[in-house]
Design a protein around this ligand. Structure first.
Ligand SMILES: Cc1cc2nc3c(=O)[nH]c(=O)nc-3n(C[C@H](O)[C@H](O)[C@H](O)COP(=O)(O)OP(=O)(O)OC[C@H]3O[C@@H](n4cnc5c(N)ncnc54)[C@H](O)[C@@H]3O)c2cc1C
Length: 600
């Protein structure tokens, strides 16, 4: 097989340049054969646009893929499926006009890891920057619903933006985490071979890693795997070892990026949903939000699963996103002691799939994440979990002989925003002079975020430099001073802290060993922290084995005390999500279980 044929077999996609693109007539013939008369394709402004009605969601996705890699700028899939309503962007119930009449050099739409990393990069410059997030905090969506793996870059298709940004981002995270004061580890990843046929694929895997510029890889024999990972399945035939794979906490990283950006002058506006844009002479002149209308010199689209909708507000929807859900099991933190590396054992056919196949990811906190799954399903923010997806994950447990389903403490789902070309969209808009896209950031988006941010910030600065002098800030402070995490401190340091501030000695979350002092530190952060989930994202209070059963009432009291309010006014997450329904005669709070209704 030739090298390019090889590549196509691995990715399952064809690549054509703009010059050799497939004419729409040919695409329509293909669509008719596969989908009948329901779907039609037409070229619009360099993209291929699909319209019509197809009977199933799976058919809609397949039609989108049929038009990908055919030499167009992107695939816009407007096919309808009977009974599946289109997602509608709904703003939070806040309208106070705080943004009315303001003007910023840069407006970033989206407070996920990508938007927050871009904000931190832009803070290096003497610019007024605002980040708008429609939720009550950063990292509410995909950036807190992932595996936290800083991928090595082997799995991305060679030649794609994903491959290049992944490898660059992987090198950037370690020093960045040092600056941000958050934990980063590099345990490396072991891709175990299921049989001799899989092991024979090693030269191909090594060639791909080399082509992507991955830092270091090795073949490990079965014996070496057993020596390094005594609990690994005996059913393996050696492994492909990638030492550069790393781990971090995705929500802590996003919070830390945002805090450092805020400390350097970036303004964060939460509960602010961008709803529309007004254009003048090919530029975005005004952004309309539920919290007011304002001007911006450059707009950065980092809106995750809504990035195609945001692009459409500026008349630049040249791609569309489809949602690929991924669910994970979370195992008790005691399981972390049973393995050292990230481990997976994909099937031979996995290399043809559009996802990496999942595995066992040991977090820095000791929990092992099992997953993720990959399923095309409508719903940009549908985080429901399905029993069959959980059962599907059970197969990964056999990779580590010490794991079982009885160790599962919870599970979660995240949604990947995918383009049909399966690549990131990181570019200055071709149509709108002051718009930069950081869109289609599915996996490995977390690993790539620092590199994406560096390039997107440079693009934004370039746009501004045409009309103003953009100078670096002499007082830019890259270092974030982290608040103490007592659980990780040596005993003497803990004792000294408690002697200075006794609230560090009052443990509130027993599972995660989080003290009152740490919760109060989170509440005093530079970003507004007003809800239980925002506290959880910063301290992990409520993330342990009992899942907040024990500590929730106490955290509630501390949040209420810090805000000078009653527990009944405290929110679980966004506006209206009150935790308590009222008070009993003895002034006890009646707690609302958000899944089940009101409980005592
Ligand atoms: C199950 C799963 C596992 C994964 N594992 C990994 C992994 O191990 N390693 C890795 O590198 N990647 C992983 N990924 C991918 C990674 O999580 C994403 O690429 C990354 O989090 C995307 O970040 P983002 O900032 O682009 O998007 P998001 O985190 O979704 O942020 C976008 C934000 O924009 C806001 N927004 C949207 N529209 C508007 C609007 N109109 N106005 C205001 N705000 C708006 C949203 O509310 C949201 O908060 C995984 C993904 C999933 C689903």
């Amino acid at each position: 097989m030739s090298r390019s044929a090889d590549r196509k077999a691995v990715s399952g996609m064809s690549d054509k340049s703009f010059e050799e693109r497939t004419p729409p007539g040919k695409l329509n013939e293909r669509l008719r054969k596969e989908f009948g008369d329901g779907a039609t394709a037409a070229e619009r402004s360099g993209s291929i646009v699909l319209e019509g009605v197809v009977p199933t969601w799976a058919g809609r996705i397949a039609a989108g893929y049929a038009c990908a890699g055919q030499g167009y700028r992107g695939v816009v899939n407007d096919l309808e499926v009977p009974g599946v309503p289109a997602d509608v962007l709904s703003p939070p119930p806040v309208s106070d006009g705080v943004l009315d009449g303001l003007s910023f050099d840069v407006a970033i739409v989206g407070g996920g890891v990508v938007g927050c990393a871009i904000a931190r990069e832009l803070a290096r410059w003497q610019l007024s920057v605002v980040l708008l997030e429609k939720e009550y905090d950063v990292a509410v969506h995909t950036s807190s619903r992932n595996d936290g793996m800083v991928h090595d870059g082997f799995a991305a298709k060679p030649g794609t933006k994903k491959a290049a940004y992944n490898v660059r981002g992987n090198r950037m995270w370690e020093p960045l985490c040092r600056d941000l004061g958050i934990e980063f580890s590099r345990p490396g990843s072991l891709v175990l071979f299921r049989g001799s046929a899989s092991a024979a694929a090693y030269p191909l895997m090594a060639a791909r890693a080399k082509e992507n510029g991955v830092d270091g890889w090795e073949y490990w024999s079965r014996k070496r795997v057993m020596a390094e990972e005594p609990n690994a399945t005996h059913d393996q035939h050696g492994a492909f070892y990638l030492p550069s794979a790393g781990i971090l906490s995705p929500y802590k990283a996003t919070v830390a990026l945002a805090e450092n950006a805020a400390a350097n002058g970036v303004r964060f506006v939460f509960d602010a949903c961008v709803l529309g844009m007004e254009l003048e002479s090919g530029r975005i002149a005004m952004l309309r939000t539920n919290r007011g209308t304002f001007r911006a010199g450059v707009v950065v689209n980092a809106a995750g699963n809504w990035a195609d909708v945001v692009a459409g507000m500026a008349g630049d929807r040249f791609f569309s996103l489809h949602q690929r859900r991924g669910s994970d099991l979370v195992l008790d933190s005691v399981t972390g002691a049973t393995q050292r590396h990230i481990m997976s054992m994909p099937s031979l056919f996995q290399v043809r799939e559009k996802t990496k196949g999942g595995g066992l990811v040991k977090t820095n906190e000791g929990n092992i994440l099992v997953g993720p799954t990959a399923r095309e399903q409508p719903g940009r923010e549908d985080y429901s979990t399905a029993p069959e997806e959980m059962r599907e994950l059970e197969r990964h447990l056999r990779v580590n002989a010490k794991l079982s389903m009885s160790q599962v403490i919870t599970y979660f789902t995240g949604v990947r925003p995918c383009t049909y070309d399966e690549d990131f969209v990181i570019e200055r808009s071709a149509r709108v002079a002051n718009l930069v896209h950081a869109a289609g950031i599915q996996s490995p988006g977390l690993a790539s975020a620092p590199a994406i941010a560096a390039d997107v910030a440079a693009m934004a600065v370039d746009v501004l430099a045409a009309s103003m002098r953009v100078r670096p800030r002499a007082d830019w402070r890259p270092l974030r001073v982290p608040t103490p995490e007592l659980k990780r401190l040596p005993l003497e340091e803990r004792a000294a802290l408690i002697a200075r501030n006794p609230s560090y000695g009052r443990v509130v979350c027993r599972c995660e060993e989080v003290s009152e002092g740490e919760i109060r530190d989170a509440l005093g952060s530079i970003l507004p922290v007003t809800s239980l989930d925002a506290v959880k994202r910063r301290t992990r209070a409520g993330m342990g084995r009992c899942h907040g059963g024990f500590c929730t009432p106490r955290v509630l009291e501390i949040v209420a005390d810090a805000a000078g309010t009653t527990p009944c006014r405290v929110l679980k997450k966004g506006p209206g999500s009150y935790v308590c329904a009222g008070e009993t005669k003895r002034r006890m709070a009646v707690v609302v279980d958000h899944a089940e209704g009101v409980t005592a």
